[in-house]
Design a protein around this ligand. Structure first.
Ligand SMILES: [Zn+2]
Length: 297
């Protein structure tokens, strides 16, 4: 199955109140684990690449892996750019077949953020690619940019409504108190804000900073429109720990493919747990039928 834009998938997910896992791969093996695990659960899945990862391997290599691995799947697979800030990076993603891109101009004042997000929206239109855009800054470290706790700003619902009316977003990322990386204390989710947004904005939301959030918090967010749930840090931990654990348990084994196998097993468990927890299992093939094939490029 060719890659598809996640917009219709997320609209349906919001309707049915389940979450689609959005995972950040860091190499070919992690890309494969994410797609194979999603397929084994019959779940839709989003592969989202950080700009750093794209710069490391190049656009073509990543697009080729993902396209090749998704080719024979029976579930919806999307290739998304996470926290895009640079227009050249975004343009190259569009040219290479990314099915979705995020523009993160959330560090700019509202009007400038809106203008920049609209620019990317217009850029993506001819490609048939829907976009993710963010307002309010999410705490933590993403792309080496640090937003200190207490310095992230929670989204203003009035501005959020204006923002979403100004363009037809694939998914909207409001800052609601979650953070990137590992939580230092109890995260303080702005439930009133999220409930207001849910009542006023009909499209799906993206929940950033999913790693380390209690299951019941994620569940409640999904019930309030967070149809895309991002998991990055937890997969990074599984990537490194999977490697180290295998080597600790098999100190004489220097066969790289078995070591990678250990690493993949550890990542697969994270992906499986998250997809199951978010309620995406069993939805994949049916979604493809219900939304038709929105084929990208
Ligand atoms: Zn994020």
């Amino acid at each position: 199955m060719p890659l598809i834009d996640f917009k219709q998938v997320l609209i349906q997910a919001r309707k049915e109140a389940f979450g689609v896992g959005a995972f950040n791969p860091v190499d070919y093996a992690s890309t494969r684990v994410i797609i194979e695990t999603a397929e084994s659960l019959d779940a839709p899945v989003i592969l989202q690449t950080s700009a750093k990862t794209v710069s490391f391997y190049g656009h073509k290599a990543i697009a080729d892996w993902v396209r090749h691995l998704a080719e024979d799947t029976t579930v919806p697979v999307s290739l998304h750019l996470d926290h895009g800030k640079d227009l050249d990076m975004i343009r190259a993603c569009l040219d290479h077949g990314w099915t979705n891109v995020m523009i993160d101009a959330s560090d700019l004042p509202f009007e400038q953020n809106l203008e920049r997000s609209r620019t990317v929206y217009e850029l993506a239109q001819p490609y048939g690619v829907s976009i993710e855009a963010e307002i309010g800054e999410i705490h933590g470290v993403e792309e080496d940019i640090v937003v200190e706790e207490g310095h992230g700003s929670v989204v203003d619902p009035e501005k959020a409504v204006l923002f979403c009316e100004a363009m037809d977003l694939g998914v909207f990322a409001p800052a609601i108190g979650t953070a990137h990386g590992i939580y230092k204390g109890e995260p303080k989710i702005e439930w009133d804000t999220l409930e207001t947004l849910y009542g006023r904005i009909p499209g799906p939301f993206a929940l950033h900073g999913g790693t380390g959030l209690e299951d019941n918090i994620i569940q409640r967010c999904i019930g309030l429109g967070c149809a895309k749930v991002n998991i990055s840090t937890q997969l990074k931990i599984a990537f490194v720990d999977g490697f180290c654990d295998y080597h600790r348990d098999h100190p004489q084994d220097y066969e790289p493919l078995r070591v990678i196998g250990g690493q993949m097993k550890s990542m697969s468990e994270v992906v499986r747990d998250k997809i199951t927890q978010f309620g995406g299992a069993g939805k994949g093939a049916a979604l493809l039928t219900s939304i038709g094939e929105t084929i990208s490029n």
